[in-house]
Every structure is written in C-alpha cells, then in structure tokens.
Design a protein around this ligand. Structure first.
Ligand SMILES: [Zn+2]
Length: 236
C-alpha cells in the first residue's frame, strides 16, 4: 500500500500543501496534477533530509508552476525513459549524447540529443529548447496549408512561440505576427490546425464577428468539435 502524507512548503510567500506519496520508485518526482496542486512521489526509503534537499532544489520550478494545469507546465528534470506528451500522444523520452541539441520523434517515442545526456536539469532545458524548435517548424508547416485565407499583402506572417497559458494564440496585422503557445505542441495536429486557422482568419477579420466565423467554418466545418477536443486535452 502507498503511504501518503502532506508536506507544507512556502511557495510565492504563501504556505502550499504538497501531497507526498511513498512508492516503489527509484527517484523523486514532483509534478502538478489536473487541479494545479503539486504532488511529490518519493522512494520508500527516502529520508526527511533527502526530501527536504530535493524540495529546496525545486523551489523555483514550484513557484512558477503551482496553480497551473499539468498541460501548461514543463518538467524541470528529465530522465531517459520518462514520459512526455507531444502532438497528442504520450511518448517515451530517450535521451542520447550528441554535440548539438535536437529532437526527433516517432510514434510512441521522442529522442532528445544533447551534450550532457546524464544531467536531468540540462536535459529538461534542452527539451524545452528542442520543443520550441519543433513547435515552430510544425506550426509554420500547418500555417502554410491555410495560406489561402491570408490576404496577399501579408505574405506569410511570422510565427513566434510564447509560453502562454491563458490563450492559445494571437494575431497582429500591424507586426504581421502570429503568437502561438508553446504548450499547443502537446495537442493533436487537428487541434493545432484549428488554432492556426483561427489566427490566420484574423488577418482578414480582426474581431470574432459573424463574418469571422463564416470564413473559419467554411474552411474548417468541424472547427467547434476541434476546439472542444483541445479544451479536453488541456484539462490533462
Ligand atoms: Zn481570435
């Protein structure tokens, strides 16, 4: 049976309850659950001192992520064999040594290459960097499929990736930019397309009026179903 207890730690100047579970695991893992609460799993034999040391090393990550849904967080440590969520699928992360940081993925797995493959914190930052590059190339490729809805004078708007948690994207005709949330890369392609197309249509209709939805639904009749599916994914 798993033993569960609550530990209290100060986060952003307020006491925060962290649910700790002792499990038959090799290492400590801190994550944010669906309700935005931190959960810590620790090996059965971890000592108070081990746990305290680990929690101190996580305090910055905790301050940034408490209250957010798991979907809108990225891990602060990654180990070979950990699970990551990418393009709507859970994937086993394989961490390998290479001179340059990059990531490739196949069904069920993602391979992250970096110089210090054995350092979990460096792996987490390399993963974030690789994820941004992947997001940019995927979003650009998807946008090119909807280029026909963008008036010619804009050409192809520049895509910028931001760690947005309150909205999926925004479009700016003045700067000719589309900003998209990095976390969108965790969603399936059909959901990504619904956001990309939504922002592309804003280059014709800036508000969310009838004409905006007419153009959007004309190009993507199942837009609403895709939006609902995306919301469901983000609840994870
Ligand atoms: Zn909009």
């Amino acid at each position: 049976m798993y033993q569960e207890e609550l530990i209290i730690q100060e986060v952003n100047g307020a006491p925060c309850e962290i649910r700790m579970t002792r499990k038959n695991v090799k290492r400590m893992t801190l994550r944010i659950d669906r309700q935005g609460n931190p959960c810590l799993s620790v090996p059965l034999r971890a000592t108070r001192a081990d746990i305290w040391k680990f929690m101190m090393s996580c305090s910055d990550w905790l301050a940034r992520n408490v209250g957010k849904r798991e979907f809108f967080t990225l891990p602060d440590r990654l180990h070979d064999g950990d699970e990551v969520f990418l393009l709507g699928e859970p994937r086993k992360l394989m961490i390998r040594s290479a001179a340059r940081t990059s990531m490739t993925f196949v069904s069920g797995a993602a391979v992250l290459y970096l110089r210090d493959a054995g350092d979990p914190e460096k792996a987490a930052s390399a993963y974030e960097k690789a994820l941004k590059e992947l997001a940019l190339s995927v979003f650009q490729e998807r946008l090119s499929r909807y280029a026909d809805v963008i008036p010619e004078r804009f050409g192809m708007p520049r895509i910028k990736i931001r760690k947005m948690t309150s909205r999926w994207g925004s479009a700016n005709q003045t700067t000719n930019e589309i900003h998209l949330s990095l976390f969108l890369i965790k969603a399936p392609l059909d959901c990504i397309d619904s956001v990309v197309l939504h922002e592309a249509v804003h280059f014709t209709h800036m508000d969310h009026g009838t004409e905006f939805y007419e153009m959007l639904l004309d190009r993507m009749p199942d837009y609403k179903q895709r939006s609902t599916k995306l919301k469901e994914y983000a609840r994870k």
